[in-house]
Every structure is written in structure tokens, then in C-alpha cells.
Design a protein around this ligand. Structure first.
Ligand code: 0WE
Length: 259
């Protein structure tokens, strides 16, 4: 098993379709022991039910806008797991009204919230898990192509993902000397709770399925398996990188004639 004797923290599980849950299943299959978090009491029972599939999980409340909760989560992980070998950050949020219409109409509060939850939270969490990681570790976050190219309606989330991907590079340089690697997985569009509320997502999924080099949609399990690789020593030479798990969609320069 790839992750035998490794301990991981997974932030961002909302339900069984969450990318974070796909990652939890992959890394647990490879032998990792996990701490999983839930955002608010509304999601607690769902995360607790999912965590029944895991061996000896640590289950914690964590709202990434709450510094005290982040401090408490790090403290509890240190006490109950004795340290940490990897962390997965799979958290994003923008106000619903920001993901429709023109980017030029982004509000100051909408910009702030998207960047606080979707980008700054990686650095805030990294600061707190670094002391738990000893002389090596792996930090993994989730991005999307809309952070480097314009995708209709992704709007302020795209700007926040650009900030997230650049945070990965700065963190990689800061933490590399401590043996801690920091990477992002840029996943193709996947049907999850976060994406199901998005106007036009079904058409985007259909376009991806018919045009991506692999001619299918991305799923949580293949993102999970790439995260297991990034959490493991197999990826020991990789840091500051964005790895695409999108069926090859990102290499396309224009719409190809159907074949
Ligand atoms: O990063 C994401 C989802 C981000 C997201 C989604 C929502 C919907 C409900 C963040 N905040 C919210 N807030 C809500 O109230 N993706 C990569 C999925 C996604 O979202 C899009 C996409 C794709 C793909 C939004 C517009 C266009 C395409």
C-alpha cells in the first residue's frame, strides 16, 4: 500500500459526491489514517456517516473562515494522531450571484468572500499544519482551468483559483526547505454539490465528454488516485506544480471537428 503509516487531513467533504470524498476513499484504500472535517453542524451527520467507512478516523469541525477553529483542528490532530503527513484542501465558495452574468459586475464583498474561502484558506491551513509535519509532508489543493483561462460564468472563482495556484508556488518555495511539497490538481468539470447549482453545467459536462482527448468526463475516483500519488513518496520530486486530471481537455486550442 502506497500510504501505509501515513496520516492525512482532508478538508472539503460535504457529501458522497464531493471530490474530497473521492480523495478520502483513494488515500484510505492505500492505507492512510484520516482526519476529516465538516463545515457547520448542518454537515456534521453526513460527514460522520461517510466516515464510518474509514478506519479510526478523527472527525473535526472546521470552517476555514474561523481562525480559532483552524487552531483547534491542528491541536486536536497533533493530540490524536501525533502529527500529519499530508493535507488535502478541497474548499471553494463564491456567492451564487457572482457565478452568473458578467465578471465586471463582481461586488467587493463577493470578491472578498471568494478569495477568503477559496484561496487564502490554503495558506491559513498550511501555516497550521506545517508544525505537525516534521521533516516531510505533502499539501494538495484543487483547482480548475477557469483559474488560467476564461470560462463563462466562472467569473470571480477564476480569479480566486489564479490566486490559489500562485499561492501553491509561493508555498512550495517557502516550505520546500522543510521537505514539504505543495501541489494542485486541476480537475475537469465534475457533477458535485458545488457544481450542480451552476447554470449551464450539464452542457459543459456534455462538451467535455465529447471533446476531451479521453472522450469522457472526469470522475472523483481518478482525482482521488492522483491525490494518492501526490500524497505518496512516488511524487517526492514534484512541488509547486499544477497537475491536470481532466482527460486532456486543457491541451486543446480550439474546437475539433467531431470524430
Ligand atoms: O470550482 C468550482 C465550483 C465552485 C463553486 C460553485 C458554487 C455553486 C453554488 C463555488 N461557489 C459556489 N457557490 C454556490 O452558491 N467548479 C470548478 C465547478 C464549476 O463551477 C462553475 C463552473 C464549473 C465547472 C461555475 C460557472 C461555470 C463553470
Amino acid at each position: 500500500m502506497l500510504l501505509e503509516s501515513k496520516r492525512g487531513l482532508i478538508v472539503g467533504i460535504a457529501n458522497k459526491r464531493s471530490i474530497a470524498w473521492g480523495i478520502a476513499q483513494s488515500v484510505a484504500r492505500e492505507g492512510a489514517r484520516l482526519a476529516v472535517t465538516y463545515q457547520g453542524e448542518r454537515l456534521e451527520s453526513r460527514v460522520r456517516n461517510l466516515a464510518e467507512e474509514l478506519t479510526d478516523p478523527v472527525i473535526l469541525p472546521l470552517d476555514v473562515t474561523n481562525d480559532d477553529e483552524m487552531d483547534m483542528a491542528a491541536k486536536t490532530i497533533q493530540e490524536q494522531m501525533g502529527g500529519l503527513d499530508f493535507m488535502v484542501h478541497a474548499v471553494a465558495f463564491a456567492l451564487r450571484e457572482e457565478l452568473d452574468g458578467a465578471f465586471v459586475d463582481t461586488s467587493r464583498e463577493g470578491f472578498r468572500i471568494a478569495h477568503d474561502i477559496s484561496a487564502f484558506s490554503l495558506t491559513a491551513l498550511a501555516k497550521r499544519v506545517v508544525p505537525l509535519m516534521g521533516e516531510s509532508g505533502s499539501i494538495i489543493t484543487l483547482s480548475y482551468l477557469g483559474g488560467e483561462r476564461v470560462v463563462p460564468n466562472y467569473n470571480v472563482m477564476g480569479v480566486a483559483k489564479a490566486a490559489l495556484e500562485m499561492s501553491v508556488r509561493y508555498l512550495a518555495v517557502d516550505l520546500g526547505p522543510k521537505g514539504i511539497r505543495v501541489n494542485a490538481i486541476s480537475a475537469g468539470p465534475i457533477k458535485t454539490l458545488a457544481s450542480s447549482g451552476v447554470r449551464g453545467i450539464s452542457k459543459m459536462l456534455a462538451f467535455h465528454r465529447t471533446h476531451a482527448p479521453l472522450r469522457r468526463n472526469t470522475d472523483q475516483a481518478e482525482v482521488g488516485d492522483t491525490a494518492a500519488f501526490l500524497a505518496s513518496d512516488l511524487s517526492r520530486g514534484i512541488t509547486g506544480e499544477v497537475i491536470y486530471v481532466d482527460g486532456g481537455y486543457n491541451v486543446l486550442g480550439t474546437v475539433f471537428p467531431p470524430s
